[in-house]
Design a protein around this ligand. Structure first.
Ligand SMILES: Nc1ncnc2c1ncn2[C@@H]1O[C@H](COP(=O)(O)OP(=O)(O)OP(=O)(O)O)[C@@H](O)[C@H]1O
Ligand SMILES: [Mg+2]
Length: 501
């Protein structure tokens, strides 16, 4: 790609971007939130028209004006939100829109056979007849990749493919990517998880404010491998350090407690405590029940067994409204599905939960709304050209910050965050962790649900590791390590357990 230019209205987003991808390479496209990565890929994938610049494959200039034309050139785009149909099986999904037909007869056997070939090419042990609904998140990603291969893709664009996957599942995807790379398929890999980038990618390009600021190879054969820190420095233009983030604090007494909290098929016999001013981490694999557990504590599921106690007294939390009234606030896991109201502006999204407090008699005080929103836009450094624009015009990471602002706006005593930094860039992650630390110093209790062990280890005072709907073990900050968390999350036991027993 040479000299790519793009503006939205008067806002120029790409300023003459050059990007080169080699055959059989996995190339990381990096940069802070709102820097133009997705926009550049949308242009390559034919989703958006460009204002200037040219695209070449094997030295020949090509025209791409639609996703269909991109597919014809062998360019496949796997968007972050998966686009599979749950009520169909794998081969029906793979052939959706390009079914094999003989006259009016659909060649089901043929499609199933072809699908099986692709899956075995990827060395995945899956029947093409499996319903997509029954697949876990990483297998769904696998099916997306299979679909790209079906179309004979030679370039596969993956925009934050691992944002909602856990470490074990990510490894699975990586294995497949490596074997395809050997066969000459190239990948463009967008991610904010720099440890993964170092692990899987061969080359990197870093963008800042719509321009390329650095590029090179990750594994400089013979020389020292580039580090996470180096990449982060290119991205934010300065050194980032997590060293001063965590501060040892005096915690208060138990604020929230559960006794044998259970919900059928989700979690059972949960006995947990949360202290005043504590940052509690809860981690495990996908499907470990942590999201369901805390959604229940937030009142999303009125039917539960066991007890929830607040300040030592039992409370019945049968609605989210009740939870709000008790001072509990919640940032859900899937931003696109549950976190934002797509039809509203940035400003109205942020002030949704505090409308009551902004009300003057019958009218909402727009002045107070504006003041409150401006405060959070500054505090969280949200990149927005006009707060009255649709929330969808923000980049992914900035949408996430707006959702966080929404949860903070109601001044909660307990804040539950499910995957709080998904899609957030390294600099902004640090900002978000600092905000959590600041909140806890002010006595707010914070619960961080995350599948990223690194994240949990950075900010949390205490950690619960969950597996198959139960708490496997509690770890103090000092004893927790990535390895221990991994062992417990996958159902194992720690060797020291036998010793202490
Ligand atoms: N449809 C649109 N209308 C108006 N502005 C847009 C639109 N799409 C993107 N933008 C703006 O273009 C800029 C680049 O956005 P883009 O989504 O490419 O960022 P990104 O690098 O992918 O960020 P992230 O890491 O958060 O996903 C942002 O400032 C964004 O607000
Ligand atoms: Mg993006």
């Amino acid at each position: 790609m040479k000299g790519i230019e793009k503006s939205f209205d008067r806002n120029q987003v790409l300023h003459g971007v050059d990007f080169t991808l080699k055959k059989g390479s996995i190339h990381a496209l990096l940069g802070e939130n709102g820097t133009g990565k997705t926009t550049l890929m949308n242009i390559l994938g034919g989703v958006l028209p460009r204002d200037g610049g040219r695209v070449f494959i094997h030295g020949e200039e090509i025209t791409i004006t639609s996703p269909h034309m991109a597919a014809e050139q062998g360019i496949a785009f796997i968007h972050q939100e998966l686009t599979l149909v749950n009520d169909m099986n794998i081969y029906e999904n793979l052939f959706l829109g390009c079914e094999i037909k003989h006259g009016i007869v659909v060649g089901r056997k043929e499609m199933a056979k072809k699908a099986a070939e692709i899956l075995s090419l990827m060395q995945v042990n899956l029947s093409p007849h499996t319903m997509v609904r029954d697949l876990n998140a990483s297998y769904k990603q696998v099916v997306e990749i299979a679909r790209a291969l079906m179309k004979n893709a030679r370039v596969i664009i993956m925009d934050e493919p691992t944002a909602s996957l856990t470490d074990v599942e990510i490894e699975h995807i990586f294995t497949i990517m490596r074997s395809l790379k050997e066969k000459g398929v190239s990948f463009i890999f967008i991610s904010h998880k720099l440890n993964e980038v170092i692990e899987i990618c061969d080359a990197y390009t870093v963008m800042r404010d719509g321009r390329v600021v650095a590029s090179g190879s990750i594994d400089n054969s013979g020389q020292e491998k580039i580090s996470e820190n180096d990449l982060a420095k290119h991205m934010v233009g300065k050194e980032l350090s997590y060293d001063d983030l965590y501060v040892q604090r005096e915690l208060g007494g138990v604020l929230l407690e559960t006794k044998n909290l259970s919900r059928e098929n989700e979690f059972h016999d949960i006995n947990l405590t949360l202290h005043k001013g504590e940052i509690l981490g809860v981690t495990g694999l996908l499907g470990d029940g942590r999201s369901e557990l805390f959604a229940t504590i937030f009142g999303c599921n009125p039917k539960y067994g066991g007890k929830i106690l607040l300040n030592g007294k039992e409370v019945k939390i049968h609605s989210t409204r009740k939870a709000h009234r008790l001072g509990i606030s919640y940032v859900p896991r899937n931003r696109k599905e549950n976190g934002i109201v797509k039809d509203l502006s940035v400003s109205h999204n942020m002030s949704l939960p505090i409308l009551e407090k902004l009300r003057n008699f019958l009218f909402i005080s727009r002045k107070k709304e504006r003041q409150s929103n401006e405060y959070y836009v500054n505090a969280l450094n949200i990149k927005v050209s006009d707060i009255n624009n649709s929330i969808l015009s923000l980049s992914g990471g900035n949408q996430q910050k707006a959702v966080l602002a929404k949860a903070l706006g109601s001044l909660p005593q307990i804040i539950i965050l499910d995957n709080p930094t998904q899609g957030v860039d390294v600099g902004a992650k640090l900002e978000i962790y600092s905000i959590l630390m600041e909140l806890s110093k002010q006595g707010v209790s914070v619960v961080v649900l995350s599948s990223e062990a690194q994240e949990i280890l950075r900010v949390c005072d205490r950690i619960y590791v969950m597996c198959e709907g139960e708490i496997r073990r509690e770890l103090s900050r000092s004893e927790a390590t990535e390895e221990k968390i991994m062992v417990l999350a996958t159902g194992g036991t720690l060797s020291d357990e036998t010793q202490t027993a």
